[in-house]
Design a protein around this ligand. Structure first.
Ligand SMILES: Nc1ncnc2c1ncn2[C@@H]1O[C@H](COP(=O)(O)OP(=O)(O)OP(=O)(O)O)[C@@H](O)[C@H]1O
Length: 519
């Protein structure tokens, strides 16, 4: 899981005492502090119902800071009082603090808001990595609906991130923190050059930040939504690799320049993968097609069953794939359509599966196979990391058997291949997954550990599968192509237009084992 790093210094001043009165409100404990304010619990005098009071001080700051802050405060107050939508936090009142003798607070602005139960960042911090958070669909629907409302009102949020999504009573989802919200003037607005690195679009870095600040457009919020959706659906994982926000931001820029592919978490359902990839289109011009409104409609369709679905499609039989490898006709192979009913391809098309035995256990490892018992759960859980139908426990098991014969200590030093999945250490490092959950530092991912090696194999084969599908390669050949790509590379398979000669014996072996496992 990744935390967030802010480019601003945290706001630090002495808090006001519990019981301090602002108009009819009595302050309680501090909930937290952000870039330019502190939020307190509070209640109306004579009423126990909680509210949240955000205090935005304008005094006791260096003159430069004061000017910038003044504008932000004005923006936050202006938008907060205008905002009227179930997915934007409600501001009940705005007061000016009277505290003579308390320089920091005298003249501060107090926004009295509905009280949230928690924030999305806290939920992500406590979440299981790799799985959607509870009620992920509801949260994402709420966020995108709030965003759509803002964009229709010609506003850009400008600082969308999990810390600015509040979760209220009865499942309420509220966007909050409108300090960086800007009014659109033509197609863009100007914001002071601040924000959170983790959710800034890559084009932000190449924009000049003149006296008016950086240009922001609604597409910046769409990028931030893509990052946030990825985090919500994976228990907090950022879509770009890196241990710090700066490193992740550099990775996003490298991707935007076209020098690295977008590698979203392999566990994402296909429809969500498409939607997030659209939000993370590399520049403003390609992202502009995807508005908060169109995303909201797609999300409605993706989540109409109430939970983000982790659907599996059924696979072509290995027997048919073997036949294809042998260059015989494979007329009986299943042709599978994409199951993204809300994606870019027109939507509404259900998965079509023909001529295949639709057992719920398609691709499972049979009980009487030679796969060692202790490896079965490891392989099954690794396969679940990929929702593409071709990456099944049976395929991973067949590949492992062909690679190492299930020998956890296998080693081929001459070709630098080690462990049960025969990883080359340098390649492993680029893809490594912490399958045994013994930590999240790079050093804890070990190609000699079967869970790490097999989980990483699943991630890598999932990516190969998607590459070959993008290239329009035949669905029925995918198991063979994946086994070949794992032995060589995606590029050599694509250039060859099939299984390269040198690895045909190996691929035949994989397909034979796969046929045995699939019965
Ligand atoms: N209406 C609210 N109800 C309950 N908690 C809130 C409310 N508004 C903000 N908070 C919490 O108060 C803390 C500080 O919020 P604040 O908006 O000042 O900063 P931030 O969002 O963490 O950072 P920044 O403002 O720098 O982007 C956060 O933990 C936030 O979840």
């Amino acid at each position: 899981m990744t935390g967030t790093e802010d480019v601003r210094e945290p706001f630090e001043v002495r808090p006001l005492p519990v019981g301090f009165r602002i108009a009819d409100w009595e302050l309680g404990a501090v909930i937290g502090s952000g870039g330019w304010g502190t939020v307190y619990e509070a209640h109306a005098v004579g009423d126990d119902a909680l509210v949240a009071v955000k205090l935005l001080p304008t005094g006791a700051l260096a003159p430069g800071q004061r000017a910038a802050l003044g504008e932000l405060v004005a923006s936050e107050v202006r938008f907060s009082t205008e905002a009227d939508h179930p997915n934007l936090v409600r501001t009940r009142a705005v007061h000016t603090v009277e505290a003579p003798g308390l320089d920091t607070w005298d003249g501060a602005i107090a926004l009295v808001m509905d009280h949230a139960e928690t924030g999305l960042q806290d939920v992500l911090d406590a979440a299981d990595t790799g799985r959607p958070i509870e009620h992920a669909d509801r949260v994402l629907r709420g966020v995108v609906a709030g965003l759509a409302h803002m964009h229709t009102a010609r506003r850009v949020h400008g600082d969308l991130k999990p810390a600015n999504v509040l979760l209220g009573p009865a499942g309420a989802v509220w966007l909050a923190d409108f300090g960086l919200t800007a009014e659109l003037d033509g197609t863009h607005a100007h914001l002071p050059p601040v924000g959170t690195l983790d959710h800034l679009p890559p084009e932000w870095w190449s924009q000049r930040t003149g006296i008016e600040g950086a240009v922001v457009r609604p597409t910046a919020d769409i990028w931030a939504f893509g990052v946030l959706a990825h985090q919500v659906l994976t228990g907090g994982l950022h879509p770009f690799p890196g241990a710090t926000a700066r490193a992740r931001s550099l990775a996003a820029q490298t991707y935007a320049r076209g020098t690295a592919p977008l590698r979203l978490d392999a566990g994402l359902p296909e429809g969500w993968r498409r939607l997030i990839a659209d939000c993370l289109a590399p520049d403003h011009a390609t992202r502009i097609r995807h508005t908060a409104d169109t995303l909201a409609t797609r999300i409605e369709r993706l989540t109409d069953s109430g939970v983000p679905r982790r659907r599996r499609r059924l696979l072509p039989t290995a027997v048919a794939a073997l036949a294809v490898l042998a260059a015989t006709a494979a007329g009986g192979a299943a042709l599978l359509q994409d199951d993204d009913s809300a994606g870019n391809k027109g939507g509404g098309t259900p998965a079509v599966v023909t001529d295949v035995h639709t057992t719920p256990t398609a691709g499972a490892i049979p009980a009487d196979s030679d796969v060692p018992d202790e490896l079965r759960p490891v392989i099954e859980s690794a396969a679940r990391r990929c929702t593409d139908a071709e990456i099944t426990p049976a395929l991973l098991a067949a590949m492992i058997k062909a690679e190492s014969g299930f020998d956890t200590k296998a080693a081929r030093p001459a070709s630098e291949e080690y462990g049960i999945a025969m990883w080359t250490p340098a390649v492993f490092r680029a893809w490594a997954v912490d399958g045994d959950k013994d930590g999240d530092k790079d050093g804890d991912k070990d190609y000699m550990s079967p869970p790490d090696a097999i989980s990483t194999m699943s991630l890598y084969t999932c990516w190969l599968d998607q590459r070959f599908k993008q290239e329009g390669m035949s669905a029925k050949d995918l198991p063979a192509l994946i086994a070949a790509g794992y032995r060589t590379s995606d590029r050599s398979v694509i250039e060859e237009g099939g299984v390269p000669e040198a690895v045909r014996p190996h691929v035949k072996k994989v397909l034979r084992y796969l046929a045995e496992y699939e019965g």
